[in-house]
Design a protein around this ligand. Structure first.
Ligand code: ASP
Length: 446
């Protein structure tokens, strides 16, 4: 068996074994001691931390290499513009799928008894969750409004201290700085060439590091899946909440298995499922870690070495994508918020559904690529809809989020996989505009 085949097999086996062990050995109930179980720490120490260690160096170096290899600022403008257009269009499509499904199947319209059961339990889950503290602080500091959230993103786009941004793991600022430095290095010509070569060599070295760390994936994924399933338990996804989970998963499947592949096939004339297979290690890591940022080093490695993406495209599209392009999160935000309004008996007008669609997209752009980031950003969407309902006495209480907290990790695994898949499809599409070697790219037929 080839090395990559063995690794795929090990990650897959680890997922299944983790799920089974979680369900049959560790499961103790939703609010039991499992929320801080040792399996979670083991997964974090063995996989998440080593991957996190690589994020900032990989983002910094890969964006510089991407920009210097594109070189010409006009060309960079075309690549950047097309990338952002791709991000926005695909996120809006995924949100539309979410809004349509949730409004058609109405998972929140449950029999009165189940409705009361879910909303009563929600309050308890919310009170005892770590997320409550984060949301409370955000509310106190008035950070839940859309304007404030926007301001935060703008601040990150204009960093004042790059070391501070790096230390705070805020990739947006690092990307901006790397972009500017890359442009300056490209403009420097012969004089700055040694530095360009230095970053290219650094990029190769970092990819070697990723190739070593990737072997930790099976073991890390095993512990993380065991913890997730042990913490939630298959039983709890079968209850009244199951309709909501099914709507999110069907939406994600439509977007990930139909929409994105169709876009990819039309724009590149390549087999999208072959590309999906080439990206499998990144997709499985995303599923196991719930984090597009932690997966980023592996996404870049897969895209460049196996997926036939150019460095010019992947090094630029993927780091930015891991931060801002979240198709899965956008869809999930829309479904979850509308579901909660349905559950609490509040009907939303077309205008309010539009508010959800727009704010869900913005919330997904602002969400960090870490576990449960989408759950916290949901506050912004709820807040925006509540503002439009002000005076009607029909606002959604924040504790409603407690309804979905319990099963969020499972949903997060799936939406993160779609997030990473959306980035990879973007990198493949942009490879057409920015191939590393135009002649090779033109004859390539995968
Ligand atoms: N976990 C997701 C990601 O890293 C973000 C989210 O919570 O939706 O892409």
């Amino acid at each position: 068996m080839k090395k990559s085949g063995l690794l795929t097999f090990l990650i897959f086996a680890a997922m299944i074994a983790g799920g089974l062990i979680g369900e049959f050995v560790f499961y103790e109930g939703v609010s039991g001691a499992l929320s801080e179980h040792w399996t979670k720490s083991a997964g974090e120490i063995l996989l998440i931390r080593p991957l996190m260690l690589l994020i900032i160096p990989v983002v910094f170096v890969s964006v510089i290499v991407g920009v210097t290899s594109i070189g010409d600022p006009t060309r960079l403008g075309v690549v950047g513009g097309s990338t952002i257009l791709y991000y926005l269009v695909t996120m809006l499509i995924s949100v539309t799928i979410g809004v349509t499904l949730v409004s058609t199947f109405r998972p929140g319209d449950l029999p009165a008894q189940e409705q009361t059961q879910l909303t009563t339990e929600a309050a308890q889950h919310y009170e005892s969750s770590e997320i409550k503290a984060t949301i409370d602080t955000a509310e106190q500091e008035e950070r839940v409004s859309l304007t404030r959230a926007f301001l935060e993103v703008i601040k990150q786009l204009l960093p004042r201290n790059i070391i501070e941004e790096m230390a705070g793991n805020r990739t947006l600022g690092v990307i901006i700085f790397a972009l500017l430095l890359g442009l300056a290095l490209a403009a420097g010509g012969e004089h700055t060439l040694p530095a360009v070569r230095f970053f290219e060599a650094m990029f190769d070295a970092l990819m070697r590091l990723v190739l070593w760390i990737i072997w930790l994936t099976p073991i890390g994924v095993f512990f993380l899946v065991a913890w997730t399933v042990g913490n939630i338990g298959f039983e709890n996804i079968i209850g009244p909440i199951s309709k909501y989970i099914v709507v999110v998963l069907v939406g994600l499947a439509i977007h990930g298995i139909i929409v994105l592949p169709v876009i990819l096939a039309i724009l590149t004339r390549k087999n999208p499922f072959r590309f999906m297979w080439q990206m499998r290690r990144a997709l499985m890591t995303a599923f196991g870690t719930d984090s597009s940022s932690a997966t980023l080093p592996i996404t870049i490695e897969c895209a460049v070495t196996e997926g036939g993406c150019s460095k010019r495209s992947a090094n630029f599209v993927l780091p930015l994508g891991a931060t801002v392009n979240m198709d899965g999160t956008a869809l999930y935000e829309a479904v979850a918020v509308i579901f909660l309004f349905q559950l609490y008996g509040i009907d939303l007008s077309f205008g309010q559904l539009l508010i959800v669609a727009i704010t869900a997209t913005l919330a997904a752009i602002g969400a960090a690529g870490i576990p449960s980031a989408g759950l916290i950003m949901m506050v912004i969407v709820i807040h925006a809809v509540n503002t439009s309902l002000a005076g009607t006495g029909k606002e959604l209480p924040m504790e409603a989020i407690g309804v979905v907290i319990g099963v969020d990790r499972i949903v997060d695994m799936c939406r993160t996989t779609v997030n990473v898949w959306g980035d990879a499809v973007g990198a493949k599409i942009i490879t057409r505009i920015a191939p590393d070697d135009p002649e090779i790219e033109d004859v390539a037929t995968d």
